[in-house]
Design a protein around this ligand. Structure first.
Ligand SMILES: [Zn+2]
Length: 81
């Protein structure tokens, strides 16, 4: 019997900050809210941190290239052309 992955569980419980760190991206606190982080976006040629991460809602979005989504989307976003 094949092992089934509960994607809903992963989406809600995988720590997005740890997943992003796994890809070698440094996150820093953004502003005064501890759940708001920012870092260099891996989806476009980023020189200043455009990637915003909300560790409470487990979502990310990049205001430069518009990549956004949840923790599963992060590992699935195709690279920008
Ligand atoms: Zn981006």
């Amino acid at each position: 019997m094949a092992t089934r992955i509960d994607f809903k569980y992963v989406r809600q419980h995988a720590d997005i900050a740890r997943v992003i760190a796994h890809f070698g991206i440094d996150l820093h606190q953004d502003g005064s809210k501890p759940e708001q982080m920012k870092g260099l976006c891996p989806f476009h040629e980023d020189t200043k941190p455009s990637l915003k991460v909300n560790t409470e809602r487990n979502i990310f979005n990049c205001f430069a290239c518009k990549a956004k989504g949840n923790v599963l989307d992060f590992v699935n976003v195709p690279p920008c052309q």
